[in-house]
Design a protein around this ligand. Structure first.
Ligand code: THU
Length: 160
């Protein structure tokens, strides 16, 4: 038996102003998208904004459904939006932010497992990393340089 350890790298920024202007802009777009979320069941709003290599910003927010599993997370709405409309463009950065209607979320919330898997697909397709920045309604921002930092030992097309 051999024990192995996987380490992930992340960076923590206390305020948005510590980040470059184009990332601040991206997080502000995610925040605007968040407010348009359709979240009548969870009352938990999530906004995502991703930047394409052309500089264009594509957004998404969570879309819920009375038949709960039929809804979709903000990150997948954004990445599928980009995949559907700009299939040949590279995604460079993704910003995510959340707001709960019942309490203040003061910690950075990372994307769920299914969204990590979907994001990993696009990172592999484009063969370049997508940097992810996530934050709560308030509090610090966490950055990972690649989806792979959030999905070690993931499943992908090479196993098919
Ligand atoms: N949600 C997201 O949009 N992204 C995530 O990564 C986790 C959860 C949404 C789904 C649902 O509409 C609400 O947040 C509560 O789970």
């Amino acid at each position: 038996m051999k024990k192995q350890k996987i380490e992930i790298n992340l960076e923590v920024f206390e305020t948005l102003s510590e980040l470059p202007e184009h990332i601040q802009e991206l997080m502000n777009k995610a925040q605007q998208a968040r407010e348009n979320a359709y979240a009548p069941y969870s009352h938990f709003r999530v906004g995502a904004a991703l930047r394409l290599s052309s500089g264009l910003i594509v957004t998404g927010n969570n879309q819920e459904n009375a038949a709960f599993p039929s809804g979709l997370c903000a990150e997948r709405v954004a990445v599928f939006n980009a995949g559907a409309n700009f299939p040949n463009e590279t995604i460079t950065d993704l910003a995510i932010t959340v707001r709960a209607e019942s309490h203040e979320v003061a910690e950075a919330i990372a994307p769920c497992g299914a969204c990590r898997q979907s994001l990993a697909e696009y990172e592999q397709k484009q063969k370049s990393p997508i940097a992810i920045y996530f934050k709560g309604e308030t509090g610090a921002i966490i950055k990972v340089a690649s989806v792979m930092d959030l999905l070690p030992l993931g499943f992908d097309a090479k196993y098919l």
